[in-house]
Design a binder for this molecule. Structure first.
Ligand code: URA
Length: 436
């Protein structure tokens, strides 16, 4: 096979055969095709797209290009959850224990944050002693014993995706729906769960800025999942403003604990109950979504979700005392407040700007190798729709480095738009597809 022929075929709008896709993925993974040819193909795909069959073949070829996890020794229907990334999205820390408390085995591999969006592994790493890179045998044993394990993604999972994602990042070809869908789904399929729940974010703080684009991406991923024989559901949710009030690593762990104690912000609580209910349904523990929802509500109310989080923390070497004593978590030494310049209503809290502010304050990485400050973050005292008075504290930005906090302050202040009339209320959960 010849890479130039494949590039020209796609450039001219042709359909690539399964053999052509499988060949270039394998050859690129083996180092037999140079980056410049794969870059050219990615750009051709960016303009000419991939149809459903090509997207599924690309996904499976990337899935097969690295390590795959075999969860078949764990009884029950294993359900995975993935968020396309957002600001303040700590739902995995809540949803995974809630679903596990309802009997769904959770064997989850999560990523680190990059850019303005946080990653579950960075949040868990804020817990003193918590081990996110465990041996595969221990990972499986923890799921068997405790019904839950959350670890960092192995570097060799979907190896071709790792190589191609790095290339897309520097060639302006990230934002093509079939490339995003195949990239995410190749890792989900390689992770070995039986069913997959996708939380597709839409809004200023997400990859997909409008509902139409988010629905297209969600639809593609559901079709890939089903094409690969996995029950797959996608929930489209708003990322116009951050989720909850805490954005950062240590502070998001605190908010997740508060939510599992029944004292969390309404948006995080509602989304967590919905996502965990879908997981309970996918895991075959309930016959209907209503029944599943009532089970996750019970797991929240009776504290069994919190007990599962404690079990997870203990099993992976973390200090369970953080559940009752948050001073055991990394604490910031410095903080600056943002105050409202006028009376009015909060018309918007731009998620992307809050993400940038928190990243600059030290909570995120600009490059993969950057160190993060687990104590850094922001707390939002007001969110969209709140009435505020001039001088009210809207938010605090904190961390251990005063210069970094000052750097992020302007973004945090600009995130708030105050207007004279109350904004129209928009739904957090926009749609759930693939349930049928
Ligand atoms: N996340 C991924 O894993 N891949 C993409 O292409 C985009 C987001």
């Amino acid at each position: 096979m010849n890479m130039v022929d494949i590039i020209i075929k796609k450039r001219n709008g042709g359909k690539l055969s399964n053999e052509e896709i499988e060949w270039f993925v394998q050859a690129y993974t083996n180092g037999e095709i140079p980056d410049y040819q794969v870059s050219a193909l990615l750009m051709a795909i960016y303009y000419q797209h991939l149809d459903d069959e090509e997207t599924l073949t690309l996904t499976k070829a990337m899935q097969a290009s690295g390590t795959t996890i075999d969860l078949s020794s764990i009884p029950g229907i294993k359900v995975d959850k993935h968020s396309t990334g957002g600001i303040g999205d700590k739902t995995t820390l809540i949803v995974a224990p809630l679903a596990a408390a309802c009997g769904v085995p959770i064997a989850k591999m999560s990523g680190r944050g990059l850019g303005m969006t946080g990653g579950t592994i960075d949040k868990l790493s804020a817990i003193p002693g918590f081990e996110t890179s465990v041996e595969p045998e221990t990972f499986l044993e923890n799921v068997r014993t405790h019904g839950i394990a959350v670890v960092g993604q192995s570097a060799t999972l979907a190896k071709a995706d790792k190589l191609m994602y790095a290339l897309r990042d520097v060639t302006g070809t990230v934002e093509e729906p079939s490339l995003i869908a195949s990239s995410i789904m190749s890792k989900k399929l390689a992770s070995g769960s039986d069913a997959i729940l996708l939380d597709v974010k839409c809004g200023s703080g997400a990859f997909m800025h409008d509902e139409e684009a988010a629905a297209e991406l969600a639809d593609k991923m559901v079709r890939i999942g089903k094409g690969a024989g996995k029950r797959t559901v996608a929930v489209i949710t708003s990322m116009e403003q951050p989720l909850g009030c805490a954005v950062g690593n240590s502070c998001e762990v605190v908010e997740a604990i508060e939510t599992l104690k029944g004292r969390g912000p309404a948006d995080i609580t509602e989304l967590s109950l919905h996502l965990s209910a879908v997981m309970v349904l996918l895991g075959g523990k309930a016959a209907t979504l209503e029944e599943a929802r009532s089970m996750t509500e019970t797991a929240l109310k009776d504290g069994s979700g919190l007990v599962k989080l404690e079990e997870l923390i203990k099993a992976q070497g973390g200090d369970p005392e953080i559940l009752s004593d948050i001073t055991k978590l990394p604490r910031p030494a410095k903080a600056i407040e943002v105050r409202s310049a006028k009376d009015g209503y909060v018309a918007a809290v731009d998620a992307a700007l809050v993400g940038h502010a928190v990243q600059k304050a030290g909570a995120g990485r600009a490059r993969k190798e950057d160190e993060i400050d687990p104590s850094a973050g922001a707390y939002l005292y007001h969110k969209t729709g709140d009435q505020v008075k001039k001088g009210d504290c809207l938010a605090r930005l904190f961390g251990n480095d005063a210069d970094k906090i000052r750097d992020g302050l302007n973004d945090l202040a600009s995130a708030f738009r105050i207007e004279q009339t109350a904004p129209e209320k928009k739904p957090l959960i926009i749609d759930t597809i693939g349930l049928e």
